[in-house]
Design a protein around this ligand. Sequence first.
Ligand code: GLN
Length: 321
Amino acid sequence: MDNIITKSQINDAVEETYNLFMGVKDGKNADYIPYLANIPSDLFGISIVLEDGTVISCGATDYKFGIESISKVPTALLVMRQSGSKELLEKIGADATGLPFNSICAIILENDHPSTPLVNAGAISACSMVKPVGKSDQKWAEIMQNINELTASDITLIDELYKSESETNYNNRAIAWLLKNFSRIYDDPDMALDLYTRQCSLAVTTKDLAVMGSTIAFAGFNPVSKKQIFDPEYAIKTTSLIATVGFYQNTGDWMYSCGIPAKTGVGGGVMGIVPGVMGIAAFSPPLDEAGNSVRAQLAIKHIANKLNINIYNQAKIKIEL
Ligand code: GLN
């Protein structure tokens, strides 16, 4: 039987979810990046974007926070847009590592591939693949144009976060050079690392993330700008990458209990994709031990169960627009 959902049901679900989890105090801000340790922990916001461009939001949805690892998604898409999905698979891979996002062991265990563009190693490798090779400023311009198109927004850098992260990213420096050792960096390793660090320091709101999620959910069509941004094939590939490793070593548990492919960042954001139905995002800084926002997970899971929008469910979902 079809699952027909109205906008007011979505509104109610979002509000109920916000009120239910507003008071949750579990988790801890990321502190290995000093800037993130000082973001107010009580911030909490949820946004949903539908096919007609309707935005449903509750809470701190205008607050600009560090995109962090969610930036791995637009850059994977950019590499596909520039070089095709086959090249991404061959040069980086599309597998789960089953290990933390910053794992060095994962690279050594699989010295043939960095596994996926959605962990640090693969994301640094993806930054090295962005064209034009050898030209940092032009590569950065491509990264920015791509993310602006996906979010229908004018995304800016949080200078303080970029500085904070650049000064303390010793583990990522090791990853960049280890990848170079395995010939999995396709440009200058320090340049690739710097682009990666910069893209992690971009400021986004939950609305920006929900718009980007919806552009992937609607096969490359951005419902807010009303523009076709990329080839529909890349939406399928990107969603599969996210479903495989969006929560790192906890991805299986997440898909089992929620059923919405979603990507997290240590800034506290989570971006989810329900193909053909919606983009959904939540934000709250305190994280669990795998680096995933506690309240954002509770929120998206609750909404998924409430509206019955698990992607593995057989029922055809229809939103009354
Ligand atoms: N910039 C962060 C890092 O490289 C991103 C990690 C994350 O969000 N999981 O450590």
